[in-house]
Ligand binder design. Structure first.
Ligand SMILES: Cc1cc2nc3c(=O)[nH]c(=O)nc-3n(C[C@H](O)[C@H](O)[C@H](O)COP(=O)(O)OP(=O)(O)OC[C@H]3O[C@@H](n4cnc5c(N)ncnc54)[C@H](O)[C@@H]3O)c2cc1C
Length: 481
């Protein structure tokens, strides 16, 4: 029997499915679209998402398919007037192995995630839509067109127009700015080098006209062009060709429009993320401007936060654990909405300022310090990479210890004798936080730091780590070093 039905096989639904499937949960993923999404849309993967992908076992592939954010050359008409770069390119450090924003078309990211899911024995069912559902104390009855199915939980990763959110009557609060729209299209161009990202502004008034970013791993460029209020968008090859000429890109020839869409400024977030056995994540829970490249990344991290908790509850943990999903993720969405709206509004007045990025967009600073799951000094912080020394003198890379669906206890003192097999224990000379015990959650955040081994047992009892034997990838179970 399916335990969890995931509606929507975008990045959010796929990550949720991987997290559940690798913990042995029977999961079904449906998508109303007859085939996979084929556009570049969310093309920026933030450093924190790359760390999540490292844990999911897909980072190498994603890095191989993607590329760095190229320098930007801004033209006023045909005259180059300014150079810029989105973010700084920095060298990896021991704590941050993936410090840079990666550009990779969204359809390529989704393909990598789908392949990973296939490896776990789950295939996305395309052309199957969730049309309605009801829930009771034991489960959810979902209507998938003519089919009715019964599951224990439903995850709505069904995008901005989420059926799950609407059916639950969860308000989607915020604003829609009808006048602010832009064309986003993947185009094959000739007569344009692929060494820089070109942006065009209107001479004198400096109004943003168009940008074209070469997409790594393809022959395409992602073209972004704002529409004037009331303008009817034309998405044909000829119309895009005219737009390029108007902006000043005279040498560019449009050979093909591979994908196109019209984006409208919709800045909203859901008031709640859960109602009983139905939960929402990703664009179903929050939508905002693509400025700052936050949307896909926030959805991936919603799913990463939810996946292990849902698996734990299905394995016997208290349902209350699911409450911490909203408690931890809703405030993050609020911050992301503020940040992306600020960058979006800046872009309307100054193209040059719009490309400036601080550390706030890389998502490495996201923390859950305010969460009921965070106990002790530095609890709730991201568990950074680094090196610890085992009691035997072996140097251990932290991300190697964290990778997989388990909890990790770094113990610089005698650990509790009895621990759940879902916790891997490593005896170390000093734990990364300096405390005797550092307990790292499955999603790479510090849950607990403490001096007393009894506190570790108590904390884990409170959360009730899953006791299900089939934590598929932690074959070694509990290891003590
Ligand atoms: C122009 C543009 C540029 C962007 N740039 C960036 C960027 O640089 N970085 C970034 O992080 N984000 C970016 N984003 C945002 C990013 O694309 C989205 O945030 C991301 O796709 C959200 O993923 P999701 O899985 O939550 O939803 P979606 O990708 O929307 O997936 C939802 C899926 O659910 C399916 N579905 C819908 N209804 C049903 C139903 N009833 N039953 C079954 N299936 C259903 C849909 O077919 C779809 O496949 C950009 C967005 C746009 C428009």
């Amino acid at each position: 029997m399916t335990e969890v039905l995931i509606a929507g096989a975008g990045p959010t639904g796929l990550v949720a499915a991987i997290e559940l499937a690798r913990r042995g949960v029977a999961v079904r993923v449906i998508d109303k679209s007859p085939q996979p999404f084929h556009g570049s849309r969310g093309k920026g993967l933030q450093p924190r998402t790359l760390e999540v992908f490292d844990d999911l076992g897909v980072v190498e592939e994603v890095l191989a398919l993607g590329g760095p954010y190229l320098p930007i050359r801004v033209y006023a008409g045909r005259v180059p007037v300014w150079r810029a770069r989105i973010g700084k390119i920095t060298a990896p450090t021991a704590q941050t192995p993936y410090p840079n924003l990666l550009m990779i078309p969204q359809n390529h990211t989704e393909r990598v995630l789908r392949d990973r899911l296939t490896g776990l024995g789950v295939e996305v069912e395309f052309g199957v839509a969730l049309t309605d559902f009801t829930q009771d104390a034991e489960g959810v009855t979902a209507r998938l067109g003519d089919e009715t199915t019964r599951v224990r939980y439903l995850v709505g990763a069904d995008g901005a127009h989420s059926v799950v959110r609407k059916r639950l009557g969860i308000p989607f609060e915020g604003q829609t700015r009808e006048a602010e729209r832009m064309i986003v299209a993947d185009v094959r161009l000739s007569g344009v080098d692929r060494d820089v990202w070109r942006a065009y502004v209107k001479p004198l008034r400096r109004r943003f006209m168009l940008a074209m970013a070469p997409l790594p791993g393809t022959e395409l460029f992602q073209l972004i062009a704002p529409l004037r209020p009331g303008e009817t968008p034309e998405l044909t090859r000829e119309a895009i060709q005219r737009r390029l000429a108007d902006a000043g890109a005279r040498s560019a020839r449009v050979a093909e429009v591979a994908w196109s869409s019209v984006w409208r400024a919709n800045i909203r977030m859901a008031r709640r993320y859960r109602d009983g056995r139905a939960l929402i994540a990703g664009d179903a829970a929050h939508v905002h401007s693509p400025a700052g490249g936050q949307g896909l990344n926030t959805g991936v991290q919603d799913a990463y936060n939810l996946g292990w908790k849902l698996a734990a509850v299905l394995a016997g943990a208290d349902e209350e654990l699911l409450e911490t999903y909203e408690a931890e993720r809703l405030p993050v969405a609020a911050v992301v909405l503020g940040l992306s709206t600020r960058l979006h509004d800046t872009a309307a007045t100054s193209v040059t300022k719009a490309f400036k990025r601080g550390a706030d967009t890389d998502q490495l600073g996201i923390h859950y310090r305010y969460s009921p799951l965070s106990v002790g000094e530095r609890a709730g912080d991201r568990a950074a990479d680094g090196v610890v020394t085992s009691v035997d003198g072996e140097r251990l890379r932290l991300f190697d210890l964290y990778r997989g669906p388990h909890w990790t206890l770094l113990a610089a003192a005698e650990p509790p004798a009895e621990l759940d097999p879902g916790v891997r224990v490593h005896r170390v000379r000093a734990s990364p936080t300096g405390d005797a015990f550092t307990l790292v959650r499955p999603d790479g955040y510090i849950g607990l730091t403490c001096r007393d081994a009894r506190q570790v047992s108590e904390y884990l009892r409170r959360i009730t780590v899953p006791t299900r034997p089939a934590i598929r990838e932690s074959a070694a179970g509990r290891s003590t070093e």
